[in-house]
Design a protein around this ligand. Sequence first.
Ligand code: NDP
Length: 232
Amino acid sequence: MNILITGAGRGLGVELVAEALERGHGVIAGVRHPEQEQPELAKLAAAYGDKLTVARLDVTDEEGIAALAAELKAQERTLGAIINNAAVLTARNTPVEVLDLQDMLTTMDINLYGPIRVVKHFLPLLTETKPSIINISSEAGSISNAYPGDYPYSISKTAMNMFSQQLHVYLQDRGVHVLSVHPGWMHTDMGGEEAPTDPRQSAGGIITLIEQRKDPKGVFRFVDYTGKDMKI
Ligand code: NDP
Protein backbone atom coordinates (compact mmCIF):
# COMPACT_ATOMS: atom_id res chain seq x y z
CA MET A 1 0.00 0.00 0.00
CA ASN A 2 1.09 3.61 -0.51
CA ILE A 3 0.67 5.95 2.44
CA LEU A 4 0.71 9.76 2.46
CA ILE A 5 1.95 11.17 5.78
CA THR A 6 1.95 14.88 6.65
CA GLY A 7 4.44 16.45 9.08
CA ALA A 8 6.80 13.61 8.21
CA GLY A 9 10.19 15.14 9.11
CA ARG A 10 10.22 14.60 12.86
CA GLY A 11 8.25 13.33 15.87
CA LEU A 12 5.47 10.84 15.23
CA GLY A 13 5.53 11.66 11.51
CA VAL A 14 9.03 10.33 10.85
CA GLU A 15 8.35 7.24 12.96
CA LEU A 16 5.23 6.54 10.88
CA VAL A 17 7.40 6.80 7.77
CA ALA A 18 10.00 4.40 9.20
CA GLU A 19 7.41 1.90 10.42
CA ALA A 20 5.47 1.91 7.13
CA LEU A 21 8.65 1.40 5.09
CA GLU A 22 9.83 -1.39 7.39
CA ARG A 23 6.54 -3.18 6.77
CA GLY A 24 6.97 -2.94 3.01
CA HIS A 25 4.66 -0.03 2.23
CA GLY A 26 5.44 2.87 -0.08
CA VAL A 27 5.46 6.31 1.56
CA ILE A 28 4.94 9.86 0.37
CA ALA A 29 6.42 11.89 3.19
CA GLY A 30 5.08 15.46 3.26
CA VAL A 31 7.39 18.06 4.80
CA ARG A 32 7.19 21.84 4.88
CA HIS A 33 10.78 22.48 3.81
CA PRO A 34 12.23 19.62 1.75
CA GLU A 35 15.13 21.89 0.78
CA GLN A 36 16.30 21.85 4.41
CA GLU A 37 18.25 18.88 5.69
CA GLN A 38 15.96 16.09 6.96
CA PRO A 39 18.55 13.72 8.48
CA GLU A 40 16.16 10.98 9.53
CA LEU A 41 14.34 10.98 6.19
CA ALA A 42 17.68 11.00 4.35
CA LYS A 43 18.71 7.82 6.20
CA LEU A 44 15.40 6.18 5.31
CA ALA A 45 15.75 7.27 1.66
CA ALA A 46 19.20 5.65 1.52
CA ALA A 47 17.80 2.41 2.97
CA TYR A 48 14.54 2.17 1.04
CA GLY A 49 15.21 3.92 -2.28
CA ASP A 50 12.17 4.75 -4.36
CA LYS A 51 9.73 3.28 -1.83
CA LEU A 52 10.05 6.72 -0.19
CA THR A 53 9.12 10.00 -1.89
CA VAL A 54 9.81 13.16 0.09
CA ALA A 55 7.53 15.98 -1.10
CA ARG A 56 6.87 19.60 -0.20
CA LEU A 57 3.62 19.69 1.72
CA ASP A 58 2.71 22.66 3.91
CA VAL A 59 -0.82 21.94 5.11
CA THR A 60 -1.66 25.67 5.09
CA ASP A 61 -0.81 26.02 1.38
CA GLU A 62 -3.80 24.85 -0.64
CA GLU A 63 -2.21 25.66 -3.99
CA GLY A 64 0.86 23.62 -3.11
CA ILE A 65 -1.29 20.71 -1.92
CA ALA A 66 -3.34 20.79 -5.13
CA ALA A 67 -0.15 20.91 -7.22
CA LEU A 68 1.35 17.90 -5.40
CA ALA A 69 -1.87 15.90 -5.82
CA ALA A 70 -1.94 16.76 -9.54
CA GLU A 71 1.72 15.81 -9.95
CA LEU A 72 1.20 12.42 -8.29
CA LYS A 73 -1.95 11.82 -10.34
CA ALA A 74 -0.04 12.58 -13.54
CA GLN A 75 2.49 9.94 -12.47
CA GLU A 76 -0.45 7.53 -11.96
CA ARG A 77 0.42 7.19 -8.28
CA THR A 78 -2.31 5.87 -5.98
CA LEU A 79 -2.86 5.84 -2.23
CA GLY A 80 -4.13 3.25 0.24
CA ALA A 81 -4.02 5.59 3.24
CA ILE A 82 -3.73 9.24 4.19
CA ILE A 83 -2.38 10.06 7.66
CA ASN A 84 -3.08 13.65 8.71
CA ASN A 85 -0.36 13.98 11.34
CA ALA A 86 0.98 17.57 11.09
CA ALA A 87 -0.10 19.83 13.95
CA VAL A 88 1.03 22.56 16.33
CA LEU A 89 0.42 23.16 20.02
CA THR A 90 0.30 26.90 20.73
CA ALA A 91 -0.73 29.05 23.71
CA ARG A 92 -0.27 26.20 26.15
CA ASN A 93 -2.01 26.70 29.54
CA THR A 94 -3.06 30.22 28.56
CA PRO A 95 -6.11 31.64 30.39
CA VAL A 96 -8.88 32.86 28.09
CA GLU A 97 -8.51 36.42 29.43
CA VAL A 98 -5.09 36.74 27.81
CA LEU A 99 -5.56 34.39 24.87
CA ASP A 100 -4.13 35.81 21.65
CA LEU A 101 -6.73 35.09 18.96
CA GLN A 102 -3.93 34.88 16.41
CA ASP A 103 -2.92 31.60 18.11
CA MET A 104 -6.46 30.32 17.56
CA LEU A 105 -6.32 31.26 13.88
CA THR A 106 -2.88 29.75 13.29
CA THR A 107 -3.73 26.55 15.11
CA MET A 108 -7.04 26.05 13.33
CA ASP A 109 -5.34 26.74 10.01
CA ILE A 110 -2.79 23.95 10.58
CA ASN A 111 -4.60 21.40 12.78
CA LEU A 112 -8.10 21.59 11.27
CA TYR A 113 -8.08 23.28 7.87
CA GLY A 114 -4.82 21.46 7.03
CA PRO A 115 -6.41 17.98 7.11
CA ILE A 116 -9.46 19.35 5.28
CA ARG A 117 -7.23 20.70 2.48
CA VAL A 118 -5.29 17.44 2.29
CA VAL A 119 -8.44 15.28 2.09
CA LYS A 120 -10.03 17.67 -0.41
CA HIS A 121 -7.18 17.25 -2.88
CA PHE A 122 -5.92 13.72 -2.18
CA LEU A 123 -9.24 11.87 -1.91
CA PRO A 124 -9.30 11.17 -5.69
CA LEU A 125 -5.96 9.34 -5.33
CA LEU A 126 -7.27 7.05 -2.56
CA THR A 127 -8.08 4.26 -4.98
CA GLU A 128 -6.19 1.26 -3.60
CA THR A 129 -8.13 -1.59 -1.99
CA LYS A 130 -9.34 -1.14 1.61
CA PRO A 131 -8.41 2.55 1.85
CA SER A 132 -8.14 4.50 5.12
CA ILE A 133 -7.98 8.08 6.33
CA ILE A 134 -6.35 8.45 9.73
CA ASN A 135 -6.68 11.82 11.42
CA ILE A 136 -4.22 12.11 14.30
CA SER A 137 -6.24 13.60 17.09
CA SER A 138 -5.65 13.88 20.85
CA GLU A 139 -7.29 13.06 24.12
CA ALA A 140 -7.23 16.87 24.54
CA GLY A 141 -9.98 16.93 21.91
CA SER A 142 -12.43 14.81 23.96
CA ILE A 143 -15.30 17.06 24.97
CA SER A 144 -15.82 14.83 28.02
CA ASN A 145 -12.20 15.49 28.97
CA ALA A 146 -12.37 19.30 28.62
CA TYR A 147 -10.00 21.35 30.74
CA PRO A 148 -9.34 25.10 30.61
CA GLY A 149 -6.12 26.16 28.91
CA ASP A 150 -4.73 24.83 25.60
CA TYR A 151 -7.81 26.39 23.97
CA PRO A 152 -6.50 26.49 20.39
CA TYR A 153 -5.13 22.95 20.41
CA SER A 154 -8.05 21.24 22.19
CA ILE A 155 -10.69 23.03 20.13
CA SER A 156 -8.86 22.24 16.89
CA LYS A 157 -8.75 18.53 17.77
CA THR A 158 -12.41 18.45 18.82
CA ALA A 159 -13.36 20.04 15.51
CA MET A 160 -11.09 17.61 13.69
CA ASN A 161 -12.97 14.73 15.32
CA MET A 162 -16.15 16.22 13.85
CA PHE A 163 -14.50 16.36 10.43
CA SER A 164 -13.48 12.70 10.84
CA GLN A 165 -17.02 11.75 11.76
CA GLN A 166 -18.44 13.65 8.79
CA LEU A 167 -15.96 11.92 6.47
CA HIS A 168 -16.90 8.56 7.97
CA VAL A 169 -20.58 9.14 7.16
CA TYR A 170 -19.72 10.46 3.69
CA LEU A 171 -17.22 7.76 2.70
CA GLN A 172 -18.32 4.53 4.39
CA ASP A 173 -20.39 3.41 1.38
CA ARG A 174 -17.31 3.93 -0.81
CA GLY A 175 -15.40 1.54 1.46
CA VAL A 176 -13.12 4.19 2.98
CA HIS A 177 -12.32 3.62 6.64
CA VAL A 178 -12.00 6.88 8.61
CA LEU A 179 -10.62 7.00 12.14
CA SER A 180 -9.56 9.69 14.60
CA VAL A 181 -6.58 8.37 16.55
CA HIS A 182 -5.06 9.54 19.85
CA PRO A 183 -1.39 8.52 19.55
CA GLY A 184 -0.69 8.61 23.30
CA TRP A 185 1.39 11.11 25.24
CA MET A 186 4.60 10.73 23.27
CA HIS A 187 8.22 11.64 23.76
CA THR A 188 8.52 14.21 20.89
CA ASP A 189 9.17 17.96 20.60
CA MET A 190 5.46 18.48 21.26
CA GLY A 191 5.04 15.87 24.00
CA GLY A 192 8.26 16.70 25.85
CA GLU A 193 10.89 14.57 27.52
CA GLU A 194 8.72 13.32 30.37
CA ALA A 195 6.19 11.71 28.04
CA PRO A 196 5.98 7.95 28.63
CA THR A 197 5.24 6.75 25.10
CA ASP A 198 7.86 6.08 22.43
CA PRO A 199 6.52 7.57 19.18
CA ARG A 200 7.74 4.48 17.30
CA GLN A 201 5.40 2.38 19.44
CA SER A 202 2.49 4.69 18.55
CA ALA A 203 3.50 4.55 14.89
CA GLY A 204 3.46 0.76 15.01
CA GLY A 205 -0.04 0.76 16.48
CA ILE A 206 -1.31 3.23 13.88
CA ILE A 207 0.11 1.30 10.91
CA THR A 208 -1.46 -1.86 12.37
CA LEU A 209 -4.83 -0.07 12.56
CA ILE A 210 -4.48 0.66 8.83
CA GLU A 211 -3.37 -2.87 7.95
CA GLN A 212 -6.04 -4.56 10.04
CA ARG A 213 -8.77 -2.09 9.28
CA LYS A 214 -12.31 -2.98 10.24
CA ASP A 215 -15.40 -2.76 8.05
CA PRO A 216 -15.86 0.98 7.45
CA LYS A 217 -19.63 0.69 7.92
CA GLY A 218 -21.10 1.26 11.37
CA VAL A 219 -20.48 3.80 14.08
CA PHE A 220 -17.63 6.27 13.84
CA ARG A 221 -14.66 5.45 16.07
CA PHE A 222 -12.18 7.68 17.91
CA VAL A 223 -9.53 5.31 19.24
CA ASP A 224 -6.07 5.33 20.76
CA TYR A 225 -3.09 3.85 18.92
CA THR A 226 -3.87 0.39 20.33
CA GLY A 227 -7.40 0.53 18.93
CA LYS A 228 -9.10 1.16 22.30
CA ASP A 229 -12.15 3.44 22.09
CA MET A 230 -11.70 7.03 23.31
CA LYS A 231 -14.51 9.23 24.57
CA ILE A 232 -15.71 11.77 22.01
P1 NDP B 1 5.90 17.55 16.74
O1 NDP B 1 5.70 18.94 17.25
O2 NDP B 1 7.05 16.76 17.23
O3 NDP B 1 5.92 17.56 15.14
C1 NDP B 1 4.93 18.28 14.45
C2 NDP B 1 5.08 18.03 12.97
O4 NDP B 1 4.06 18.81 12.28
C3 NDP B 1 6.43 18.48 12.43
O5 NDP B 1 6.85 17.55 11.45
C4 NDP B 1 6.11 19.82 11.77
O6 NDP B 1 6.95 20.16 10.68
C5 NDP B 1 4.72 19.53 11.24
N1 NDP B 1 4.00 20.75 10.88
C6 NDP B 1 3.71 21.83 11.64
N2 NDP B 1 3.10 22.78 10.90
C7 NDP B 1 3.00 22.28 9.64
C8 NDP B 1 2.48 22.76 8.43
N3 NDP B 1 1.92 23.99 8.33
N4 NDP B 1 2.52 21.97 7.33
C9 NDP B 1 3.08 20.74 7.40
N5 NDP B 1 3.62 20.22 8.51
C10 NDP B 1 3.58 20.99 9.62
O7 NDP B 1 4.53 16.79 17.06
P2 NDP B 1 4.27 15.23 17.40
O8 NDP B 1 5.04 14.39 16.48
O9 NDP B 1 4.39 15.06 18.85
O10 NDP B 1 2.70 15.15 17.06
C11 NDP B 1 2.21 14.42 15.95
C12 NDP B 1 0.70 14.38 16.03
O11 NDP B 1 0.29 13.73 17.24
C13 NDP B 1 0.04 15.76 16.06
O12 NDP B 1 -1.16 15.71 15.33
C14 NDP B 1 -0.26 15.97 17.54
O13 NDP B 1 -1.32 16.87 17.75
C15 NDP B 1 -0.61 14.56 17.96
N6 NDP B 1 -0.47 14.31 19.39
C16 NDP B 1 0.75 14.39 19.98
C17 NDP B 1 0.89 14.09 21.33
C18 NDP B 1 2.22 14.08 22.00
O14 NDP B 1 2.27 13.72 23.20
N7 NDP B 1 3.31 14.41 21.32
C19 NDP B 1 -0.28 13.74 22.16
C20 NDP B 1 -1.53 13.70 21.43
C21 NDP B 1 -1.60 13.98 20.11
P3 NDP B 1 8.25 21.14 10.87
O15 NDP B 1 9.38 20.25 11.26
O16 NDP B 1 8.39 21.76 9.51
O17 NDP B 1 7.89 22.15 11.93
